[in-house]
Write a protein that binds this ligand. Structure first.
Ligand SMILES: [Zn+2]
Ligand SMILES: [Zn+2]
Length: 392
């Protein structure tokens, strides 16, 4: 097998990785670049011959999860090329794109779905999707096997979330030893401080809900684990209230998940004749005039509080509309920043290396690949577009 990282050896997001044999060509993820920092120029659009330009020459594009930096350019993939993703990921992303009216609806509608842990043969390569914990629901690692070689592509993952506990058993049973580990390294440039975990987020949010009657939480509508945490920590007698789009996402999750943790049975839709003033509420909110209208009414209320539960980088001048939304709370010193990353800390990657004993490790989705030096396997230093030949 050969591997080419078209984008991602020196940047976070915009991931596109190719794995091929003489007869089969697979692309893993086809994502958008993250928004550039203020004042910075965006990168050149990525052209991959046979995938999004020229004559189609690719057997399949597989998507690890529904975040835009992995799936955002799906609409560019030539229509003759089969697309694959997780079943719930497809439904959630379709609901999101329809709401936003964004590109990619028809591509998503034609996408096929794979089943967790069920090997999917495509030409000479067999791909097994391994479910993983991440801030996107229905996220996968991919095990790729061909010609006696085995590769594990992690996508984005973490082991420090609620669903990280079963990872060791799953990896040992369904993956085992690999020749090459292609791992995300988003947090490698971190401060070295211990990461904030979902358990910490839960404790802080539960405390804020106890102290304040009207709690708004700014978080992604598709960060299902965070939303389940909010819902399940809302005390009886207090409303957990959202908009109809968010309720639709909950219904999709509920239909598929057998876990009681993801049932969202007490999620009310705003406007259902609820006495919010009297009972109090926990309300997940997003950047939208609808929510701004409600939040502005409560900003001055001494019993209200805003929890900002997303990546703090969005507040670095990239998104004036978002800053407008939180300003009435920020000016009054009523914002708590409570978030944990969906990404792997160094310790998570170390565990994965231990469980899979790779001969080679290739970091992607990172600005600091050398952060994996000394990880216990040979580190591959690759540039975007360079070929790594696993036979040599
Ligand atoms: Zn990502
Ligand atoms: Zn992601």
């Amino acid at each position: 097998m050969e591997v080419i990282v078209h984008r991602g050896t020196r940047q976070i997001g915009g991931c596109v990785t190719e794995v091929r044999t003489a007869a089969t060509r697979i692309i893993l993820d086809f994502g958008s670049d993250l928004p550039p920092e203020p004042g910075a120029l965006g990168p050149e659009p990525l052209r991959v011959e046979g995938v999004n330009c020229g004559q189609p020459r690719c057997d399949a594009v597989l998507f690890s999860h529904y975040h835009g930096d992995h799936v955002g350019r799906i609409h560019e993939v030539l229509p003759e090329i089969p697309l694959f993703m997780g079943p719930l990921a497809q439904r959630i992303l379709l609901a999101l794109k329809k709401r936003l009216g964004s590109e990619g609806v028809s591509a998503l509608e034609r996408a096929c779905t794979f089943q967790p842990l069920k090997p999917l043969p495509i030409g000479e390569i067999t791909i097994t999707p391994i479910p993983t914990d991440h801030s996107a629901f229905d996220a996968y690692m991919f095990l790729l096997e061909a010609g006696g070689k085995r590769i594990l592509h992690t996508g984005d993952f973490r082991f420090h979330g609620f669903r990280g506990r079963g990872a060791e058993r799953l990896i040992q049973r369904y993956v085992g030893r690999v020749d090459l580990l292609i791992t995300e390294g988003t947090l490698l440039k971190g401060s070295g401080e211990a990461p904030i975990t979902e358990y910490h987020v839960q404790a802080e949010i539960a405390e804020l809900i106890r102290r304040f009657k009207y709690v708004f939480v700014l978080c992604s509508s598709t960060n299902i684990d965070r939303l389940a945490l909010l819902h399940n920590n809302t005390p009886r007698g207090r409303y957990f209230v959202c908009d109809s789009y968010q309720r639709e996402i909950f219904d999709l999750v509920k239909d598929v998940s057998r876990s009681g943790y993801y049932q969202f049975s007490r999620a009310w839709v705003y406007g259902q004749n609820l006495d919010l003033e009297k009972q109090g509420f926990v309300m997940p909110v997003r950047k939208h005039p609808f929510f701004k209208g409600i939040m502005d009414q409560y900003a001055a209320n001494p019993q209200s509080w805003l929890v900002y539960s997303m990546w703090k980088g969005y507040l670095d001048g990239r998104d004036p509309e978002l800053e407008d939304l939180i300003r009435p709370f920020a000016e009054r010193g009523k914002v708590a920043y409570v978030h944990s990353s969906g990404h792997a800390v160094l310790e998570d990657i170390r565990k994965l290396v231990e469980w899979t004993s790779p001969a080679l490790v290739l970091p992607i989705h990172t600005e600091f690949p050398q952060g994996l030096a000394g990880i216990g396997a040979e580190l591959v230093s690759l540039r975007d577009g360079e070929v790594l030949d696993l036979r040599s």
